[in-house]
Design a protein around this ligand. Sequence first.
Ligand SMILES: *Cc1c(COP(=O)(O)O)cnc(C)c1O
Length: 481
Amino acid sequence: MLHSRKSNEKDEQKYIFKPDTSSTPIFGSTESDVVLPRTTLRKEPMDPKIAYQLVSDEIMHDGNPRYNLCTFVQTYMEPEAQKIMADTMATNAIDKAEYPQTTEVEKRCVDIIADLWNAPKDQEYMGTSTVGSSEACMLGGMAMKFRWRKRAEALGIDTKTRKPNLIISAGYQVVWEKFCVYWDVEMRTVPMTDMNNLTMDAKAAVALCDEYTIGIVPIMGITYTGTFDDVVALDKEVENYNKTAKLSVPIHVDAASGGLYLPFVNPELLWDFRLKNVVSISTSGHKYGLVYPGIGWVLWRDKEYLPEELIFKVAYLGAFEPTFQINFSRSGSQIWAQYYNFVRWGFEGYKAVHERTRDVGLFLTQGLREMGDFEILNEGKNIPIVCWKLKDGLDKKWDLYDLSDRMRYNGWQVAAYPLPDNFSNVSIMRIVVRADQSMEQMSLVLKDMKAAMDDLDKAHIVQHKPQLDENGKRIPAGFTH
Ligand SMILES: *Cc1c(COP(=O)(O)O)cnc(C)c1O
């Protein structure tokens, strides 16, 4: 977190060092008699057993991640996977010479993903692991920007005084806004126009293109609702546009959640490298790739789409392995964990987990429908992301934000938040069903939600005043992504 603090707010640490003996109980120790350091280090070290207890007690206040119904990110891995991760925690993924097998395993993962995404056999795909989809999207965006600039300059287009642009639906994930701010690119958003089909309109997207367009980004699993952009329609529109365009426009698919789900559950759906104008795809290994947070992947269909000047070969690590990454050192354990999952489950294993997760999503949808007050916006058939709103015209003294608060009483975290343009006056709730949520757990969610709604119906006073921003729009509690 980006933390700031006024320098005069120092905590007073009154700590008198009085050594404990080996028989002193942890909670009888002098260390447990004072608060833990806030702004300055303690002078003396502490026994590891005591330190472990006191620090791990702090973790308690984060709650149990498995109660988190809003996150896309994996919250359970098998003990064997955890062991692989612990065994490889000390490896550094960037150190290609020191850890050649980590490098080899990363390559195998790229090959496996290229196969899942139908990379054309007659082209030379390239790919890399990243920290997550955010870094993967940044790399995809940078490749498009650099490639655009080179081609634009060759045609004599003024690239110095005018900004390039990127086209994406208004339901973009925040990383694309970051990309545009950090790399000085104009973001052109396509508003969603149909409440029953919250996706990017392909014609409207292509209508925004000009010779300054670095690319168009459809999303396979829009963060807000889980819906898919129609990449087939977009590919067709782009194909037409490119026939007469001064500068052709490529497609980068942000498949953060769909990329490692669809190849197993719906391999017939066309969205990947089978579509001619899709030049790069990014995904999160830690979403439906089922690895703990800290891994993503990005692939280009051919080396033509990854400008050479972005690739670095560093000599001081002892090997001339090419790299394209924003950060340098990071642990190799997430790469190993991804490979473990691939080895452990194979195609049928992933398919079984994902299909069962989808069944749980459909069960959730069914339960929500039976409650009668909700309109389902995504029932979770395509990908197990279920979202809903309160039906119009209900006479309720409470809203989804109050329901979200009430669900916390039972530990569940389920976010309520407003939709993007043009529907920012509509608030919805979303549950991202994950592999570790069984039918049993979801039945408990439904039971607790029903009880929470009955409680709210009976309550005389609504829990809190809604927080509004300067435009009078409701500020969501909790996070949405
Ligand atoms: C989650 C998500 C991201 C960001 O991914 P991280 O892996 O969390 O960095 C980007 N785009 C979409 C559509 C997402 O759902």
